[in-house]
Design a protein around this ligand. Structure first.
Ligand code: TTP
Ligand code: MG
Length: 378
């Protein structure tokens, strides 16, 4: 089948001035669809064993071996079971829970099949994980160019051919499309048209904003900022004073502005930062402060690249005065700045020379070949 348009694409984007700030241009006509499969691993298993339909099902490790829940179907969620919960706790909540060991190779296969269906609508697909992807359908001619109808047709196709339900969000940008796909989950979709953005965004709680974790959310709450309407009252300068670079991002996002492009087949394998010092650093407490400073920069880059869910390894590089270079690394899939302290200690122990360069980085896993979260506790 035809993808609806051919590459290379000429992006015929039109922009209008934002009413709040004439320097911010809103991309009015981009059409993004965010697709997120419902209880993905569980849906695949139930599809392959329909006798499980209607029963509570969890995918994950054994309750006796410190297994955790990777995911569970919506029946199991009624018992309060959720991803990352220890399996023994899940069984306590729901003694007749069906537990199935994950079969990642199978989920990867299904993920590729889903991707093939997406490709019939657009080539601009950015997979985020095995069950999630952004599709830029701005120039797609399928469904008379209606992104809402494209989403609906994709969901119907995937359900008919692969037996998996998808929820979709349709919006003028990635940030809003991702929020919208959650709005009518499971097996639903929600559209935010450009004209609905400013009304939709007002009541959105700040913790729903991309990049706002629990620490930033707590800080915002302490400042009396609960939703985007509250946040919109803060001038750009004050937000950057309070939150640094994130402040500028908050200023845009709380107005529904997000100019990130859909990057097809993202090849980013790592994110890193490094500094070479004019005067070599003596091995001391000061090096830890430097590492902390670099880690802040690194995490901002990771966030900006939208790959925080796919970090798979941390590394720290030191170059000593004698130009010898050493690297220490550790597998880690969650954002945890403390890991760099440990790596610094390890790397410094390898030489007593002064330090001329510090580099920090993370490896990013391929969204279609590995999984985003650990399945088992240590
Ligand atoms: P999600 O899309 O977060 O969850 P889901 O698809 O199971 O449920 P829904 O989208 O309907 O809320 O994650 C996709 C898959 O990733 C999920 O099926 C299992 C896996 N996963 C883990 O292994 N561990 C985790 O902590 C999470 C959140 C997901
Ligand atoms: Mg999902």
């Amino acid at each position: 089948m035809n993808a609806g348009h051919s590459l290379p694409l000429l992006r015929l984007k039109e922009t209008v001035c934002n009413q709040y700030d004439p320097y911010i241009l809103i991309d009015q006509f981009t059409k993004i669809v965010h697709c997120d499969c419902d209880s993905f691993f569980a849906s695949v298993e139930i599809r392959d064993n329909p006798a499980l339909q209607g029963s509570p099902v969890a995918i994950g490790g054994s309750p006796n071996q410190r297994g955790v829940v990777a995911t569970c179907n919506y029946e199991a969620r009624k018992y309060g079971i959720h991803s990352a919960m220890p399996m023994h706790q899940a069984v306590k909540r729901c003694p007749n829970l069906h537990i199935i060991k994950p079969d990642i190779a199978k989920y990867r296969r299904v993920s590729r099949q889903i991707n093939k269906i997406y490709q019939e609508y657009t080539k601009l697909i950015e997979p985020l994980s095995l069950d999630e992807a952004f599709l830029d359908v701005t120039l797609s001619q399928r469904c008379q160019g209606s992104a809402t109808m494209i989403a609906s047709e994709i969901r119907a196709e995937v359900s008919k051919n692969l037996g998996i339900t998808i929820s979709a969000g349709i919006a003028p940008n990635k940030f809003l499309a991702k929020i919208a796909s959650d709005w009518n989950k499971p097996n639903g979709q929600f559209t935010i048209t450009p004209g609905q953005v400013s009304q939709f965004i007002q009541k959105l709680p700040v913790h729903k904003i991309f990049g706002v974790g629990s620490v930033t959310a707590a800080k915002l709450h302490a400042l009396g900022i609960k939703n985007c309407e509250d946040l919109q009252k803060w001038p750009l300068l004050e937000l950057t004073n309070q939150f640094g670079r994130l402040g500028a991002r908050l200023y845009e996002l709380c107005r529904g502005i997000d100019n990130r492009e859909v990057i097809p087949h993202r090849l980013r394998k790592s994110v890193s930062v490094e500094t070479t010092y004019t005067n070599d650093l003596i091995q001391s407490r000061h090096c830890f402060i430097e590492v902390e400073r670099l880690a802040t920069q690194l995490f901002q880059r990771i966030e900006h690249a939208g790959v925080d869910q796919r970090v798979s390894q941390y590394w720290l590089k030191l170059r000593f005065s004698d130009f010898r270079t050493t690297t220490a690394s550790e597998a880690c899939s969650i954002i945890n700045p403390a890991v760099f302290d440990k790596l610094l200690e390890k790397a410094m122990a390898r030489s007593n020379q002064n330090i001329r360069l510090i580099g920090l980085g993370v490896k990013i896993s391929d969204p279609l070949s590995t999984h985003q979260m650990p399945l088992f506790k240590d």
